[in-house]
Design a protein around this ligand. Structure first.
Ligand code: OXD
Ligand code: MN
Length: 593
């Protein structure tokens, strides 16, 4: 039986001490480790993880403070089939979430968890989401048997003492319980209990399933809280664009997983934008509240980035390449013989003798990938050379534009501005993307992913749209809403837009529109740039070419609007009439053309 340390700061909080005791009695770890978030603790945990072969140190001159983790090959992505929202009624979870009855789920998991940590340690990981001392900040505590998870939480969150300080003797917190449980797919469940502010995740150590601060708390549980407390918890990056005159405009953008969110958040402007700078506030999640000035203000609840490695290179994301030089945990990337990392699309050839993500000798001729397509880096945001000076601002940053985007080979133009908030909610509600490797399942089919929240909304989607519409009525000075698509292809299959740093040109138009400094052309589905309004200097692209990238093709849209209709119909009767009316309006506008 574990004895609770009585001198720890955490034990001051009665409900925390009680809950830790309860879970320790259930899971029966040999040791309880209260994480304080200190450097000394991190060094100690890193040494233990290396001794246990959970982490492999990379060559210390090439990648100081960097480690490679190889996961169980059956545990490489989020498992949406095993992800549940446990609310008293199924309706509350809605048709897009898996639902399970809370009491039965606790009972079932408690049986699995009995004695599950015997022989090992249980890490008590207190953390804060959001800048310390801000009105956005919320505390969580994750109990985990995984040293990899504890170390990753130390990167991804403000972990340890600050959280216990914030909790004090009586503060409330999100209760996260994570147990590796043999890492068997048959006993893998990620269960959310929004009414108890609780998450129980078993059977997976993959970031999105196991770092409970991230998708589980900051999105699924927080979206439920946000609805009750009149704010927004969104799957959005936050960036600031600074003009040569020093004026900074902030933008929040939602893209489904693995559509280049981290790259956009860390964008390096092209030479034509001399004197412009892009600053990252966040790369994955935004919490947004109405400010005293009537604008929408946003913070990044996280403290680090858990980004997709393949495709990251000196062209696609030069800031990331600098950021990943030190103090980073890489998961499921390839290992070169000189102790460095490698992945597909890193921009250099792999040396011979490279080991694949499972540690096996790799042979390029085999056609197999050396790095797993969903291999990741976990790195503190302080490593980012483009980190915004306001990333830790307790007030957050004021958002002038919200962008929705997806990966669409056709139909959706490079950029589209919504007519108003309500139309923007419809654009977000019906957005779709070709699927990627960030979740298990088929890759490359179109999946509708409203506001990129389909896997992350902790309640009914129709109600979520209603919440967005209600927020729109409450925000006195709402941001403008846009849709972008960097991935549209020409008839010959080539991309119509170069993407990456050149996306600055689209951001520039968006910012001009948000600041009422550019015109636009009306189409049945929104506003697009007029000829000459997207700066193309220095690019091998003509206005004619841009026209193809922003074209609205009535035949493609007929199919699109039918697809949207079918999707909204599947969501059921809670979809607000206002969203359906926007769809009908688009159909009528094409007919009237
Ligand atoms: C992520 C995801 O890891 O969206 O951010 O899957
Ligand atoms: Mn994400």
């Amino acid at each position: 039986m574990v004895s609770l340390p009585n001198k720890t700061a955490g034990a001051e909080n009665q409900s925390l001490a009680q809950w830790v005791g309860e879970i320790a009695r259930l899971t029966r770890p040999d040791r309880l480790i209260w994480c304080d978030g200190s450097e000394a603790e991190r060094d100690r945990l890193l040494s233990e993880a290396v001794a246990a072969k959970v982490l492999l140190p990379l060559e210390r001159h090439r990648r100081p403070g960097c480690y490679l983790h190889r996961s169980n090959p059956n545990d490489v992505a989020r498992t949406e089939d095993a992800t549940f929202i446990c609310t008293p009624s199924k309706d509350e979870a809605g048709p897009t979430n898996n639902w399970a009855e809370p009491k039965q789920t606790y009972e079932k998991l408690s049986k699995w968890l009995e004695g599950s940590m015997a022989g090992g340690a249980m890490y008590v990981v207190p953390y804060v989401l959001g800048p310390l001392g801000s009105r956005f900040a919320k505390a969580g505590v994750e109990l985990t048997d995984s040293i990899y998870v504890a170390l990753s939480m130390g990167i991804m969150t403000r972990m340890g003492a600050p959280a216990l300080d914030m909790l004090g003797p009586a503060g409330d917190f999100n209760r996260g319980l994570h147990c590796t449980l043999g890492c068997e797919p048959q006993r893998r469940l990620i269960c959310h209990f929004p009414h108890d502010d609780t998450v129980w995740s078993v059977g997976s150590n993959y970031g999105g399933n196991a770092l409970l601060s991230k998708k589980c708390f900051a999105l699924r549980i927080a979206s439920h809280m946000a609805r009750e407390e009149e704010w927004l918890a969104e799957h959005m990056l936050i960036l600031g664009v600074q003009s040569p005159q020093g004026e900074t405009t902030y933008v929040a953008a939602a893209f489904p997983s693995a559509c280049g969110k981290t790259n956009l958040a860390m964008l390096t402007p092209p030479p034509a934008f001399d004197g412009w700078r892009v600053f990252t506030v966040g790369d994955d999640i935004a919490w947004m509240r109405i400010g005293a000035d009537g604008r929408l203000w946003a913070v990044n609840p996280e403290f680090g980035y858990f980004g997709v490695a393949p495709g990251t290179n000196a062209h696609s994301n030069p800031n990331a390449m600098r950021m990943l030089k030190h103090d980073t945990i890489f998961t499921n990337v390839a290992l070169t013989p000189d102790g460095d990392i490698w992945w597909e699309g890193i921009g250099v050839e792999p040396p011979s003798g490279t080991l694949d993500w499972q540690g096996r000798p790799w042979n390029a001729a085999s056609g197999a990938k050396a790095a797993h397509p969903n291999s990741r880096f976990t790195t503190p945001m302080s490593n980012n050379p483009a980190l915004s000076p306001h990333a830790e601002d307790p007030q957050g940053v004021p958002i002038s534009a919200i962008i929705f985007g997806g990966r669409r080979a056709s139909t959706v133009p490079l950029v589209l501005e919504a007519f108003d908030w309500s139309h923007g909610v419809y654009l977000g509600a019906t957005m779709g993307s070709e699927t990627t490797a960030a979740a298990t399942g088929k890759v490359g089919v179109i999946r509708r992913d409203p506001m990129a929240m389909l896997p992350f909304c902790g309640y009914d989607m129709g109600q979520y749209f209603a919440h967005w519409l209600a927020m729109g009525r409450k925000i006195p000075r709402p941001p403008k809403i846009f849709m972008v698509n960097w991935f549209r292809k020409d008839a010959d299959g080539s991309f119509l837009w170069p993407g990456y740093g050149e996306n600055m040109r689209v951001l520039d138009w968006i910012i001009k529109r948000a600041n009422h400094r550019a015109g636009a052309e009306q189409t049945p589905v929104g506003l697009v740039p007029r000829a000459g309004e997207v700066a193309l200097d220095g690019l091998d692209i003509t206005d004619e070419h841009l026209k193809r990238a922003t074209a609205i093709d009535a035949r493609e849209w007929e199919v699109e609007l039918e697809g949207q209709h079918q999707f909204l119909a599947r969501l059921g009767g809670t979809v607000p009439g206002e969203v359906m009316q926007q769809l009908s309006r688009a159909r009528r506008a094409f007919k009237a053309r």
